[in-house]
Ligand binder design. Structure first.
Ligand code: MG
Length: 349
């Protein structure tokens, strides 16, 4: 088993082990006085994995129920949260009871938000089952739902009490969603780990997936520990994301996954920063080659002017400027503000 300790305001551990799903109860039991546990999962994941987690929790003495919602980003809204609250109430969940998020990024974000807000906050555990959630979204304590006007606009910082990662669950993950996660994996290599980037170049990601998860989670842990509330260093995790979010918006949040959008965003922004001499020559080409190796996009059919225009509503925007993350070279990045007034000149649009 690999362990990563996260020393945020409320410290917690991330345990990475094959088959850990069947021992969930055993690892959760010492951390809580909860009598009841509610597993929150979606219609894709629940039929495959809920019973294993439920059995394990019951073996450890938890009274357990399961709340299942329709899989997909379109469920990530307040109306689904309200149904969760109703389930929590009807199952007599008290402030000392516990929520278990079992699934991908949408499940973790929503179950975390319900945990952060129900009765002003109850404990929750993340059991991420998608690559994106395992390498990225299950760590760091950001929880959220979407509004009709944009993604993740309502949320809270709420750290889990434990994260259990079982990479065996990736065996049932559709290829498109494996690639979705790889987009974020490549990002971690770009911003902080030349060695990870090189391994992705030289080997097949699936052959060393446990090392990948451990490395990405460790990088995120380091960043989040220093900037739990996203006021500084955490911005570097947004490499490729400003243009990526714009691409997701232009695609109406369908067709293109988050990881695919981030991939295209990473390649586009690096071509631009390289043209301005901010990034070592050849970096963009190397990123493109790696993304192509894993069948991830390096560009968009939308003209750059449309993409830049769509960044204006970004959460990272102050109105007058947007913080962009650029690479110095593979494995090293920096944040730079660009005034929206200078967009035309900088992006050549
Ligand atoms: Mg992301």
């Amino acid at each position: 088993m690999k362990t990563v300790s996260v020393k945020t305001g409320r410290p917690y551990e991330i345990l990475i082990e094959h088959g850990i799903l069947d021992n969930a109860g055993e690892y959760i039991r010492p951390l809580t006085k909860a009598i009841r546990a509610v597993i929150i999962s979606d219609t894709n994941v629940s039929p495959i994995y809920s019973d294993r987690v439920k059995n394990s929790l019951e073996k450890s003495g938890f009274e357990t129920s399961v709340f299942v919602f329709e899989a997909g980003e379109s469920s990530k809204r307040l109306s689904t949260i309200e149904k969760m609250y109703t389930h929590l109430f009807e199952n007599n969940i008290t402030r000392t009871d516990i929520i278990i998020a079992l699934g991908g990024g949408v499940t973790g974000d929503m179950a975390g938000f319900a945990a952060a807000t129900y009765l002003r906050g109850i404990d929750f555990v993340q059991i991420p089952t998608s690559l994106l959630a395992q390498v990225d979204s299950s760590v760091g304590g950001k929880t959220a739902v979407d509004l009709p006007t944009g993604k993740n606009l309502v949320g809270a910082f709420w750290q889990p009490i434990l994260v259990l990662i079982d990479s065996d669950t990736l065996n049932t993950l559709p290829e498109k969603f494996f690639k979705d996660g790889l987009g974020e994996v490549v990002k971690y290599g770009c911003i902080r780990s030349k060695s990870l980037f090189e391994r992705l170049e030289n080997e097949n990601a699936k052959d060393f997936i446990d090392d990948i998860i451990y490395e990405c989670v460790s990088i995120k842990r380091d960043v989040v520990e220093r900037d739990e509330r996203d006021t500084g260093e955490r911005a570097i995790l947004n490499f490729g994301h400003t243009l990526g979010h714009a691409l997701e918006k232009l695609n109406d949040y369908t067709n293109l996954t988050h990881g695919e959008a981030v991939s295209a965003g990473s390649a586009i922004i690096t071509r631009i920063s390289e043209s301005h001499g901010l990034t070592a020559i050849g970096t963009a080409q190397r990123i493109e080659n790696l993304l192509e190796k894993y069948d991830l996009p390096t560009n968009s059919e939308f003209p750059l002017s449309d993409i830049i225009n769509a960044t204006r509503g970004d959460k990272k925007s102050t109105g007058k400027s947007i913080k962009f993350v650029f690479l110095k070279e593979i494995g090293e990045c920096f944040v730079q503000k660009i005034d929206t007034a200078d967009f035309g000149e900088f992006f050549g649009v």
